[in-house]
Design a protein around this ligand. Sequence first.
Ligand code: SME
Length: 162
Amino acid sequence: MYESFELPQGSKPVVYAALARHAEALVEGVNDKVANAANLAALLFHSLPKISWSGFYFLHRKQLIVGPFQGKPACVKIALGRGVCGHAAALRQPLLVGDVTSFPGHIYCDPDARSEIVLPLIKNDKLLGVLDLDAPIPDRFDEDDRRGLEKIAGIWIHSFTR
Ligand code: SME
């Protein structure tokens, strides 16, 4: 059973370790990818400072389709290879963009977004989608965020059987 919590003060690894524990509690016993994506998107959006959007895109017929998220309404479809999300999905690699205005092909869903991190969601070698976070300031995300968010992405990936 999930209980509300206060995020600890401290370094990013300390904060992400606490977030991962809360993420585990949120998905415990819930074998549903959409429900778990919804709760994890909300957890990230309401816990991490200086975030303007957090959410999931799911791969469907070679396109990314927006899934559960928190923030302003977003683009619904992103082709593989397009924008930061489509690039990360096509490369199957995390992408950190410190200044989205200088990323060729960046898709402006939120005019306030200045930096972005996207993590591919891969289960049993299959690309399921991406986890995407936007920030209203440049250089919001670093390697600590990548590691911490990869943990959260892994918790989602292992939370459901199909
Ligand atoms: N900026 C993203 C599009 C998705 S939104 O940020 C929610 C991109 O370039 O892929």
